[in-house]
Design a protein around this ligand. Structure first.
Ligand code: OAD
Length: 229
């Protein structure tokens, strides 16, 4: 089977009711100052505020459902070896049925044990978490990558993207590194598609095939194009 690797950003979940991030980088995210609630410094200095913010984020978006773009990606597993590398912290790809998903920025449905050298994850408790909370004897924190923190899964993503026969980027502004740099690893002979209604400027990739459309419409076009090949 040919390998297709999807690189997804906030735009793929927009039609599921989760707003994208642009603007948040320099200013407010969900009416909060990003510096205050979503950085490595913030979680060290005032973890209570950060945990409260993430609890609220979790509650607000926990009932969102995958849209037809997430589902179309999962359906392609019938004909392709599909891996999804996502910057999103929602789990809509998994809910849609994708079996291989690499989360670069973590997963808002999980909390992670603090102070272990290996990854111990638990489901996000219904009642939320506080810095003093313990699960199975572990102190826990939200399993998301805050600004200024490492992105350990980039090491898993690079070998996958190097193997891609086809790469499809959906709904990202190519602003946040290291995720934005991943397309440089696609073999130069293989196609890169980019679905976005307001695509970013990608001058380094003259052959990129831009599908200027929302994720759901763009995936319909892509599936047609793949069938015609
Ligand atoms: P951005 O918010 O930067 O970009 C969203 C992209 O989605 C833009 O290019 C939009 O044009 C596009 N878009 C909007 N509606 C769409 C739709 N219906 N269908 C398809 N595309 C649509 O989001 P990301 O690039 O994902 O980091 O942001 C990257 C990272 O910045 C996030 O993972 C997060 C954020 O801060 C962390 O949390 C560490």
């Amino acid at each position: 089977m040919k390998k297709i690797v999807f690189l997804t950003g906030a735009g793929i979940s927009a039609e599921s009711g989760i707003p994208t991030f642009r603007g948040a980088i320099d200013g407010l995210w969900e009416n909060h100052n990003v510096e205050e609630v979503a950085t490595a410094k913030a979680i060290k200095e005032h973890p209570d505020i950060v945990y409260k913010f993430i609890n609220e984020l979790r509650n607000k978006y926990k009932d969102c459902k995958p849209n037809s773009a997430h589902k179309a990606i999962a359906d392609l597993e019938k004909d392709y070896d599909v891996t999804v590398i996502t910057q999103n912290i929602d789990n809509l790809h998994e809910q849609a049925g994708s079996s291989k998903v690499i989360h670069l920025h973590g997963d808002l449905s999980k909390v992670r044990a603090i102070g272990t050298s290996y990854e111990v994850l638990f489901d996000y408790p219904e009642e939320g978490i506080a810095p003093a909370s313990e699960i199975n004897g572990f102190k826990v924190r939200p399993h998301i990558v805050l600004f200024g923190e490492d992105v350990p899964n980039i090491a898993k993503a690079i070998p996958v993207i190097k193997q891609a026969d086809i790469c499809v980027v959906i709904g990202t502004s190519f602003n946040v590194y290291p995720a934005a740099g991943l397309i440089q690893y696609v073999d130069i002979n293989n196609p890169i598609y980019y679905i976005d209604p307001n695509p970013a400027y990608t001058p380094g990739y003259p052959d990129i095939k831009v599908i200027k459309a929302t994720a759901t419409k763009g995936m319909e076009e892509l599936v047609k194009e793949l069938r015609n090949k």
